[in-house]
Ligand binder design. Structure first.
Ligand code: F3S
Length: 399
């Protein structure tokens, strides 16, 4: 693999031990995937931030990189942490966990990483443009960046994303290359796809089918005429979770579509397929629900406004978490939405989410509008789930 003089100097340790380790990680990755060179990246998103996932071993590695002079060379943001940094007690997070989570964030801060703690960095300033090479972890954000924004990233893990941040480089393979961005599977959806759960169920139905194929695919999707930003972030989260998809194209919606012909291999998904996916994600009955969660991926300001409109003058009867980023929460504070929502008894779980917070086994059944949240609630936290439209989820909290 060709390395520039600067990349060779990183390997030689001239920029310190952290940059040396980072470059070695990227060089190894590049050799494994047959990259011919490194490419500069302009933006990084790092996952693996919750102490619940990292543990002491992960924290030791981060501390070592920080002590070794690691400094982010490009704009770098962070995925959700295991707790709301300012309001963890209200969410039942204990002091020991909180202290460990603060140690994680402090290691990232030392390295110049912006501790936004959100999986929707594109909603508040980490917004790459068309064709920009980036190195993002967090499967839903990766899919959003590739498909919706037309930026170029592979699905990085926490260590390779940090390595990209500390060097400003990533190996040139996979979705950075033109030839790998071509659609390889035409999908026609013959169903009503309008709400977040529709998009989430579609992502599950398609993702499950793709998992049965011999190799991963880039879908070219027909039958979706319009979608909101919120629908698209929900779809990206779902299809990445269930199908491992990091890029898709939808004519009229995603920016690269016009450069491609529809692929020959063709799959049709019907209303029955979508309904079945919804059924598979609804394993709880409404009277079992004791936890409500909205914000997977993290909520936009428009969604928080919608929650405030529904909760004005009401009282929720169940534990209700609203998960979003700190910058969006700041706007919600300014607009008075936070006050309305908290007065109704719902809780902001800013900087975190119902999947990365340490809440395994704490609830019996969760209502949500997110197909991705359903997957992890069941697989990681032992909750049953019920998948509902956004407004219905809010009504469930009031029942
Ligand atoms: Fe984001 Fe957590 Fe969902 S990281 S995509 S809110 S599982």
């Amino acid at each position: 693999m060709h390395l520039t003089k600067q990349e060779q100097s990183f390997i030689a340790g001239e920029a310190g031990p952290a940059a040396q380790k980072a470059m070695r990680i990227l060089e190894t990755l590049g050799r494994i995937y047959g990259a011919e060179k490194m490419i500069p990246v302009t933006s990084v998103q790092i996952s693996g931030v919750s102490y619940a996932n990292l543990g002491e071993a992960g924290l030791d590695w981060l501390s070592e990189m920080a002590a070794g002079g690691g400094q982010a060379r490009v704009f770098t943001t962070l995925n959700p942490a295991g707790m709301d940094i300012e309001n963890y007690q209200a969410l039942g997070i204990n002091e020991t966990f909180a202290e460990n989570q603060r140690r994680v964030l402090s290691a990232f801060e030392k390295m110049g990483v912006v501790t936004t703690c959100s999986c929707t960095p594109y909603l508040f300033g980490n917004l790459p443009h068309f064709g920009e090479h980036i190195a993002w972890a967090e499967s839903s954000a990766v899919c959003y960046a590739n498909a919706i924004l037309g930026a170029r990233t592979n699905r990085e893990g926490g260590p390779s994303a940090l390595a990209a941040a500390l060097t400003g480089r990533t190996p040139a393979y996979g979705l950075h290359l033109d030839q790998n961005r071509h659609p390889t599977l035409q999908v026609t959806v013959e169903a009503h796809i309008h709400s977040n759960p529709d998009f989430g169920a579609f992502g599950k139905a398609l993702g499950d089918r793709i998992q049965t194929l011999e190799e991963n695919r880039v879908p070219y999707i027909l039958g979706i005429e319009k979608a909101t930003l919120e629908n698209l972030k929900s779809f990206c989260a779902s299809i990445a979770t269930y199908g491992g998809v990091a890029l898709f194209h939808i004519p009229g919606i995603t920016p690269e579509t016009d450069t491609f012909e529809p692929p020959v291999e063709h799959l049709i998904l019907t209303q029955e397929d979508i309904d079945q996916a919804k059924e598979e994600l609804t394993l709880a009955s409404p009277n079992e629900v004791d936890f409500i969660s909205l914000g997977c991926p993290h909520l936009s300001l428009r969604e928080i406004q919608q929650i405030a409109q529904h909760l004005k003058g009401q009282k929720v009867k169940k534990e209700f978490w609203i998960t979003t980023s700190r910058p969006i929460k700041g706007m919600a504070d300014r607009m008075g939405y936070t006050e309305i929502i908290e007065r109704a008894g719902a809780k902001f779980a800013t900087d975190t989410c119902c999947v990365v917070a340490p809440i395994k086994g704490r609830f019996k059944a969760m209502a949500t509008d997110s197909a991705k949240a359903c997957y992890y609630a069941y697989a990681k936290n032992d909750f049953k789930t019920i998948l509902l439209p956004f407004d219905e989820v809010i009504k469930e909290a009031l029942r």
